[in-house]
Design a protein around this ligand. Structure first.
Ligand code: ATP
Length: 380
């Protein structure tokens, strides 16, 4: 196990900056997920930790040791890829044992010298069987990869990493070749594996649900730059900018332009077709921005059918027309229009509105977000 520290790590491909000033301290035993859209630099960051990609500037430390110039094989990290990269002519056992059989370890041999020894066969056997048991593939050890399902192959790839007892595991979209159901099952197994092994894990995905469920902390990246590093719930509740707010959460947060207005005794947000009151406790944050326009954000689950809302304030209610209805069983997703504005709401299945009906929506304004236009930085 090891901590991994990155200090202002930058990667350039010619003029193009793929990763810029990536700084983070990954704790010993922590599960860190790098998430972001395609091309944001996640894989490049992981490959720099593994040593598969040179660093243009900055420093990486593994367990306190600077590894910038250390060969990948000496870093003692195991990488698991989306493609399983198994040897087709070898059995599952041999695939898992392969790296151990090649491995040499130093044994003191008197007077300060060391001898490089292979791992004894019984130890290789013990490690492979223990990992296979942990992954539920003990009865597959004599099969060839072609005789396995996708999920089993991915388990073998994981097993091959586990037997090495590396300082850290690096995962590059390891589940993306699996079908949706298997992905969810393997996700839970990975979480369990992390609990059992307690190893440091760095995991790359573009799937925000995977990031939220697996990560102790999640790093959201966009255009080569870290946007936010936080625990999943903190990312969800307190996104630092509009990009993070829109990327984390499904269905995505609603964004509507709104200007701040003072009216009667309180502060309001004016959307054009309607106005909503800013709750008392947030008014003081909004007041200095009177007359300015912002991007207002609210998650679909913070919009209620007024009939089922616990609290009701007339100045937190909007009338909208149902355009599309998506029943999901436990949830009902509605796309609604209020004037020209589109609103996406997540309701309970008891809401009976049909397409074309108008519906009174209650906005839980205590959950609102406000972002600066242009920079996207959060105001509230
Ligand atoms: P994805 O989810 O699609 O894998 P990613 O976030 O992992 O995306 P990276 O693979 O890290 O993205 O790539 C980051 C950027 O660097 C991309 O724009 C990519 O085209 C570029 N890039 C990656 N490798 C090279 C290379 N060897 N030469 C030039 N550009 C590269």
């Amino acid at each position: 196990m090891a901590k991994i520290d990155l200090e202002k790590v930058t990667k350039r491909f010619g003029e193009f900056v793929a990763v810029q000033d990536f700084s983070m301290n990954i704790r010993d035993g922590e599960f860190v997920v790098l998430v972001g859209p395609s091309g944001c630099g996640k894989t490049t960051t992981l490959r720099m930790i593994a040593g598969l990609e040179d660093i243009s500037s900055g420093t990486i430390y593994i367990d306190g040791e600077r590894v910038n110039d250390m060969a990948p094989k000496d870093r003692d990290v195991a990488m698991v890829f989306q493609s399983y990269a198994l040897y087709p002519h070898m059995s599952v056992f041999d695939n898992m044992a392969f790296s151990l059989k090649l491995r040499r370890f130093a044994e003191p041999s008197g007077e300060g010298t060391v001898r490089w020894q292979r791992l004894p066969r019984v130890e290789v056997d013990r490690r492979v069987r223990a990992a296979a048991k942990q992954l539920g593939i003990e009865d597959q050890l004599s099969k060839k990869p072609a005789q396995l399902s996708g999920g089993q192959r991915q388990r073998v790839a994981l097993g091959r990493a586990i037997v090495r007892s590396p300082k850290a595991f690096l995962f590059d979209e390891p589940l993306s070749n699996l079908d949706a159901k298997l992905r969810v099952a393997m996700r839970a197994e990975l979480a369990k594996l992390h609990q059992t092994l307690g190893s440091t894990m760095v995991y790359v995905t573009h799937d925000q649900a995977e990031a939220m469920t697996l990560g102790d902390r999640v790093v959201v990246m966009d255009k080569a730059v870290i946007q936010q590093v936080d625990e999943p719930q903190t990312l969800y509740d307190h996104p630092r900018n509009q990009f993070v707010a829109g990327f984390i959460g499904s269905p995505a947060m609603n964004f509507l332009d709104a200007s701040v207005v003072a009216q009667d005794d309180g502060m309001f947000l004016d959307f054009g077709p309607f106005r909503l009151r800013v709750p008392e406790d947030l008014s003081s944050h909004v007041r200095p921005h009177t007359e300015k326009t912002f991007v207002f954000g609210i998650r679909p689950e913070d919009i209620y059918d007024r009939l089922f809302a616990q609290m009701m304030r007339p100045d937190s209610t909007v009338t909208a027309r149902v355009e599309v209805k998506e029943p999901m069983g436990a949830d009902l997703f509605l796309y609604l229009k209020a004037g020209e504005l589109t609103i996406h709401a997540r309701m309970g299945p008891s809401t009976k509105a049909e397409v074309g009906d108008t519906l009174d929506l209650y906005f839980d304004m205590g959950k609102m977000h406000l972002f600066e236009k242009g920079t996207g930085l959060v105001i509230i």
